[in-house]
Design a protein around this ligand. Structure first.
Ligand code: FES
Ligand code: FES
Length: 170
């Protein structure tokens, strides 16, 4: 066993982990942060994405011991004082999810994008989310959700959308 110290969503933890433990398993099984999902075993789906020292990573591609000393943010750490993060609000307002399985990873990847680019184009959003797979939405509303959040984070009113341009879940 190895002892690691991490800060997750602003809280400090010290735990003994097996050297083979993946970060995603540590977050879910040791810390109970099950908002970080596991959708594949090939590092392709992105459902496990978290922020590690300010950069989005697929937490199934790292060992927990590699995160020793890091600051991690998971989907559980985004809302502040009972208020949704603009991305969470955007996914709600623009119907960016259906089953919701991919959503935590989508949001964490979008967080990384919006901290680098406050006004991404549709193409830039699609490019940034290439590593996140969604089986349900067709991605259109996910792009709209990120655009909503980007506008909010710039202090602008998100563009009004007609019900035709936000595809409603079947
Ligand atoms: S669980 Fe699919 S990329 Fe990590
Ligand atoms: S909303 Fe179901 S996988 Fe994306």
């Amino acid at each position: 066993m190895s002892t690691i110290s991490v800060t997750v969503n602003g809280r400090s933890y010290q735990n003994d982990v097996e050297p083979r433990t993946l970060l995603v398993h540590y977050l879910r099984d040791s810390l109970g942060l099950t908002g970080t999902h596991i959708g594949c075993d090939t590092s392709q789906c992105g459902a496990c994405t978290v922020m590690l020292d300010g950069v989005s990573v697929k937490s199934c591609t790292l060992l927990a011991v590699q995160a020793d000393g890091a600051k991690i943010t998971t989907i559980e750490g985004l809302a502040q004082d009972g208020q949704f993060h603009p991305l969470q609000e955007g996914f709600w307002e623009r119907h960016g999810l259906q089953c919701g399985f991919c959503t935590p990873g989508m949001i964490m990847s979008a967080c990384d994008l919006l901290q680098q680019n406050s006004n991404p184009s549709e193409a830039e959003i699609r490019h940034a989310l290439e590593g996140n797979l969604c089986r349900c939405t067709g991605y259109h509303n996910i792009v709209k959700s990120v655009q909503y959040a980007a506008a909010k984070m710039r202090g602008e009113q998100p563009e009004e959308v007609s019900t035709e341009s936000v595809a409603q879940p079947a």
